[in-house]
Design a protein around this ligand. Structure first.
Ligand code: PMV
Length: 330
């Protein structure tokens, strides 16, 4: 089927990365990429992805460049195919993405990447780009690309619900002056991608079932802490959630370990700051990096303290940011 109305020439979308405070790990349905648990995250301003999509009758294949380098990426074509099916478009697309976050290193580049790509393709296909998180078909396309990506459609603190995988705002980016200090350990790509890592954990870890069982209580505690703007309570549940997730992976057979020695040094440093009365809490995803949640005012001194840990690649201060947004280009 071909669209009868002319397509907009191109659409550019930007999305910030999001970090989960209450983690998701495991799929309820692998084919639909539905998560086995809900999650609560914070979308950041700054690190993220900007993507332009243009459907073009002159192309006979999709073209994708990431930071100026041509890539063959089945995930990108999968998103484009899903948008084409939803919009009744049969044209190939030119896709240009720029990441301002280390790609595939456990720094959530797939979340911002899939959110920006899905929204840009949606807009380029002539579908509405306003309030993207309220459009279930778009949320689903983005989720199939990356399970954590729908959270980047919204700004600030966001919940992804387990029942229908819908996303909901818990607190806008400017509603609570928080910061995340990102301490990067090494620059290399992660050794096991999250999708196979989740499957392996679910199939072999005796702690997987308890992880799923204990999870709703962590979500409830985080929701309550956010509603009360209680940072120590939110920090405590955040640390609990990341350690439970990693414990579950460590118990897989063979074990799956993303955390490194320097990760533990950073965890020690964060606990040391807390012992000295500074409100700082860590979380780690499918990589060795440590993200530290704190009040915005405390971020500079926390960053300075973490920078003392030997062997880090970088320490950056990030702030909450808006959800994905798009602009149809003339
Ligand atoms: O978005 P995915 O499918 O790559 O999974 C992300 C998993 C974690 O980052 C480890 C946790 C989370 O909820 O973001």
């Amino acid at each position: 089927m071909t669209r009868s109305t002319p397509l907009p020439r191109a659409c550019a979308a930007s999305a910030g990365v999001n970090f989960a405070l209450v983690k998701y790990w495991g799929k309820r349905d692998a084919a639909l990429n539905l998560p086995a648990v809900g999650s609560i995250s914070l979308t950041l301003a700054g690190p993220g992805t900007r993507t332009t999509v243009a459907f073009d009758a002159a192309l006979d294949a999709d073209h994708f460049t990431l930071d100026g380098v041509a890539q063959a990426d089945a995930g990108v074509v999968g998103v484009l195919d899903a948008v084409r099916a939803a919009a009744g478009v049969d044209l190939r697309a030119r896709v240009e993405s720029q990441n301002t976050v280390a790609t595939a290193a456990g720094l959530a580049s797939s979340a911002s990447g899939m959110a920006a790509l899905g929204l840009a393709a949606w807009g380029a296909a002539g579908l509405p780009v306003e309030a993207p998180a309220t459009q279930p078909a778009l949320v689903e396309i983005v989720r199939r690309g990356s399970g954590s990506a729908p959270r980047s459609l919204l700004g600030g603190l966001v919940e992804l619900r387990v029942d229908d995988a819908s996303v909901h705002p818990l607190a806008a980016a400017d509603a609570w002056p928080l910061a995340i200090v990102v301490a990067r350990v090494g620059r290399g790509p992660k050794k096991v991608k999250s999708r196979p890592g989740m499957t392996h954990t679910a199939e072999t870890s005796p702690y997987y079932a308890p992880w799923i069982e204990a999870h709703p209580a962590d979500l409830a505690a985080a929701r309550a802490a956010i509603a009360a703007r209680d940072l120590p309570a939110l920090g405590a549940v955040m640390e609990r959630s990341t350690l439970r997730m990693h414990a579950c992976m460590w118990a897989a057979d063979p074990p799956l370990r993303y955390l490194q020695g320097r990760t533990l040094d950073l965890m020690d440093a964060v606990e040391g700051l807390r012992d000295a009365g500074v409100g700082a809490w860590y979380t780690m995803d499918a990589g060795p990096h440590v993200k530290v949640l704190c009040a915005a005012d405390d971020a500079p001194r926390i960053a300075a303290a973490l920078a003392q840990v030997p062997g880090l690649a970088a320490v950056d201060v990030c702030h909450p940011g808006p959800g994905a947004r798009a602009e149809v280009l003339p």
